[in-house]
Design a protein around this ligand. Structure first.
Ligand code: IVH
Length: 714
């Protein structure tokens, strides 16, 4: 008996989950139960990656997975094609083979405003009533009477901003994944495609007597995953990826499938392009519903059908306003004639179907002039080139300065001072230079000469071979680094010292009132009080905020110390398992590696930190000053709200956003950045806007007040 996710009833789910627990407890599976384990794991993948509603804990999943792997090793002849172990690739991809698409992968025609859509609609009407389209049949007003009463239903869905992909299933099994290529043929990327867990390895098409089906979709990387990934790259001194779109398309052609898996890609299918068998649906919307039912993440979950073009136009305008609320990037909407019979009548060109239209949102790109490059020294000594540009309005903000990341990027993009440059700022992504326009140069542009010495302390810069970033090695003597470390320590997500922001720190530092990190606790308040721009009240507040840092949560201190590669998440993971900071200082490399999300580089950096006499000295000093080194919160993963997800919106009556988030996290809860089916609780305060609306629409989110939240966290 083969089980596909859509045939699961509540009862079967209960039975399988019960069975899963038994397998786990016994730590044993009989050979004849192998298919059940596969079914459970595939079901768990579907619930997790497509439905955003996990049924197994990570540990349970991993245990079952290892049991299955062991069984398969003992019985290699029994390995099923759709076993989740078959996603795990052995070795590297060699050159990608070129494969022909079953039907050409066409592009889309573009529209940009209401008028374009109205014109398109009229063209559709005309094409559908071709036989009536002659001048004689027009009435006195030039209208074609045959249009009267004719309706065209339109299905509207997001235009996902990622990389397009073709998926072929044969006899219920995933058989081929290919890139778009030139539209006629693409690259065979089957192994890499298997790393995308929201694409099932098998699906029940045989119930509809479909032998082979080809579908199209878009591979995307969700914004939060993209951020985590880019933060990791930055921490590894590698160049960050420009945007989620580049991250997705670059991933598909990577040599190492393991790296593809690490990128946590997602795939939305939006089109059935070919079927060997009878087509079991008559409209595009039905086809999306069908794919969704078969276990795919299709655009069905967000598609909408309208029967009036005016409604499409209104919906498109509203959607553009809310584009940033989606957890992934979109660059517009795609509007498709819903009815297949009408689609056929309307037809296609060699470039695009006439029955579909992309409605492109406003570009988040603009051109500007690069005026100068400044070099900033980070708290770890990294030298970042920062482009100063003529201020330009893009993606809702005015940008006058943006990071060029490192020397290699300047070279790769052939950037010169004085160049015209293209700037992009999409959603939450930091603005970046897409490219320069060498063709617009007039000869006055200057080549960029990267400094050899630290712009602050003049120490000769160093660049380890495997790194992209130049670094000032004068860790304790370079004023810029020391000041940056203090700024980081006092920052909002670290020790959160209100009143001791960047500009004050720089001022005190320049005046010699603050020389190092512990100096924060020895500020000469009396002297500062008399300085211009400071009053007794503001100093009192600053003093209070500094005092408060002494009882801050341990993970904030850990993050604030600025240990290389230790970001907020790593700091939380580190703090979670200990009751005192000193426990961390004695951890071995192996013990560190056992902590969630900690890899070789991070572990080594933590070891280096705790072995450095200067760090020990700093820690001793901070402890003597009274800073909390204990983990009072003991943010256990098994907290009461473990695995539950939260999002706060609007103004809460008593709590500050950050404070509320920390309360949820302290009980093991997780904060999400947007409303999705993954969200368990939306805490709605006053003036809660579109997030609240969306959660209501979804129906799966518990919408609660601050009061209810408080009783939840106890
Ligand atoms: S339909 C025959 N639907 O946009 C229909 N395309 O600019 C062709 N895209 O190459 C495509 N979201 O990669 C369709 N919901 C969606 C889409 C979508 C993104 C991409 C697709 C295509 C490109 C054209």
């Amino acid at each position: 008996m083969k089980y596909f996710c859509e045939v699961y009833t509540t009862q079967q789910e209960k039975y399988f989950l019960k069975q899963a627990k038994e397998f786990i407890i016994k730590s044993d599976v009989a050979t004849d139960k192998m298919n059940d384990v596969i079914a459970i794991l595939n079901y768990a993948d579907w619930k997790y990656y497509v439905k955003d509603n996990p049924v197994l804990a990570d540990k349970e999943y991993d245990t079952l997975f290892s049991l299955l792997k062991k069984l398969e090793e003992e019985n290699p002849s029994l390995i099923a094609q759709d076993s989740p172990t078959q996603r795990v690739a052995k070795g590297l991809n060699s050159d990608f083979e070129t494969v022909p698409h079953l039907v050409p992968m066409l592009s889309l025609d573009n529209s940009y405003n209401a008028e374009d859509l109205q014109d398109w609609h009229e063209r559709n009407l005309k094409l559908l009533s071709k036989e009536n389209d002659s001048d004689e049949q027009r009435n006195l007003f030039g209208e074609i009477p045959a249009f009267a009463g004719m309706t065209i239903e339109y299905c509207v869905e997001p235009k996902f901003d990622g990389a397009s992909i073709s998926l072929v299933f044969e006899n219920d099994h995933f058989s081929r994944g290919a890139t778009r290529g030139n539209g006629i043929q693409g690259d065979d990327i089957t192994t890499n495609t298997k790393q995308i867990k929201s694409i099932p390895l098998s699906a029940d098409f045989s119930s509809e007597k479909i032998k082979q089906i080809e579908m199209r979709g878009e591979v995307v990387i969700q914004k939060d995953k993209f951020k985590v990934f880019n933060d990791k790259l930055a921490a590894d001194n590698k160049s960050p990826l420009a945007n989620p779109r580049n991250a997705a398309s670059g991933s598909l052609r990577m040599k190492d499938p393991k790296e593809v898996a690490e990128r946590n890609l997602d795939a939305f299918v939006y089109q059935v392009s070919n079927i060997d068998g009878d087509t079991p649906f008559q409209t595009h919307y039905e086809s999306l519903a069908y794919l969704s039912k078969k276990g795919f993440r299709s655009s069905f979950e967000i598609a909408k059908v309208f029967s009036k073009i005016e409604d499409v136009i209104k919906y498109a305008a509203d959607f553009e306003e809310k584009r940033d609320e989606l957890p992934y990037e979109i660059d517009g909407l795609v509007i498709k004639v819903n009815d297949f019979a009408q689609q056929e009548k309307i037809g296609m060109t060699s470039h695009h179907p006439r029955w579909a239209m992309a409605y492109k949102f406003k570009a988040r790109q603009a051109t500007s002039k690069l005026l100068n490059i400044e070099y900033q020294v980070g708290r770890t000594g990294s030298i970042t080139p920062v482009a100063k540009i003529e201020p330009v309005y893009v993606g809702g903000v005015t940008i006058s300065s943006l990071s060029l990341f490192n020397e290699d990027i300047i070279k790769e993009k052939n950037i010169r001072i004085g160049d015209t440059v293209l700037i992009e700022r999409a959603g939450d992504v930091i603005p970046y230079v897409v490219k320069s326009f060498p063709e617009l140069r007039d000869g006055s542009e200057q080549e960029v000469i990267f400094p050899k010495q630290c712009p602050i302390c003049e120490t000769t810069l160093e660049k380890p071979e495997e790194e992209a970033v130049w670094r000032c090695p004068n860790y304790t003597g370079c004023d810029a680094q020391v000041a940056e470390r203090i700024i980081h320590f006092a920052s909002k997500n670290a020790l959160d010292i209100r009143g001791l922001g960047e500009s004050n720190i720089r001022k005190f530092f320049e005046m010699g009132l603050l020389k190092d990190l512990p100096g924060i606790y020895r500020l000469p308040y009396e002297e500062i009080k008399n300085m211009e721009g400071f009053g007794a009240k503001s100093i009192e507040k600053m003093q209070e905020a500094i005092e408060k840092t002494k009882s801050q949560a341990l993970h904030r201190l850990l993050f604030g110390l600025g240990i290389r590669y230790v970001g907020e998440t790593t700091a939380k993971n580190l703090a979670r398992g200990v009751s005192h900071l000193n426990e961390l200082s004695t951890k071995t490399e192996e013990e560190l590696l056992a902590i969630e999300d900690i890899g070789d580089k991070v572990a080594k950096s933590i070891l280096d930190f705790f072995q450095n006499p200067k760090s020990i000295e700093l820690l001793q000093e901070l402890e003597a000053l009274g800073l909390n080194f204990e983990n009072q919160q003991k943010t256990q993963a098994s907290g009461e709200l473990a695995g539950k997800t939260f999002l706060f919106t609007g103004t809460l009556p008593t709590l500050k956003r950050k404070q509320a988030e920390e309360m949820a996290e302290a009980k093991g809860g997780k904060i999400l950045s947007g409303v999705s089916t993954k969200l368990d609780y939306l805490i709605a305060g006053e003036k809660a806007g579109s997030k609240l609306e969306k959660a209501k629409k979804l129906g799966s989110v518990n919408i609660i007040s601050e009061e209810e939240f408080l009783s939840l966290v106890g």
